[in-house]
Design a protein around this ligand. Structure first.
Ligand SMILES: [Zn+2]
Length: 103
């Protein structure tokens, strides 16, 4: 743990910004934080990118399954379930990655 006088930003806990570093709107923020509108906009963009990536990868998986699996009821049902799980997991992973890269 850094001692207080060794820290490069010894009073970072009390530093306040007067404007958002992204949109330059006048708000009271902790140092380095974005305003609520900017965070919501970034979250919407990350969600939209993640949804599109998950849909694309799920469509490719469904196409592959459609071409490769035999036409039996049980196999088709399991493949449909796998595609649904694939969509959910790829959406969650893509949203986490998009949150890191969307600025
Ligand atoms: Zn902002």
């Amino acid at each position: 743990m850094l001692r207080r006088w060794d820290s490069r930003t010894p009073f970072a806990g009390v530093l306040r910004e007067r404007e958002c570093p992204r949109c330059h709107r006048e708000v009271e923020l902790p140092f380095g934080e974005l305003c609520r509108q900017c965070r919501a906009e970034l979250e919407r963009r990350a969600t939209r990118i993640a949804r599109r990536a998950a849909l694309l990868s799920t469509a490719l998986l469904a196409l592959y399954l459609f071409l490769r699996i035999p036409r039996e009821r049980v196999v088709t049902t399991v493949a449909a379930g796998a595609a649904a799980v694939w969509y959910l997991l790829s959406y969650l992973v893509a949203r986490k990655i998009a949150r890191e890269f969307v600025k």
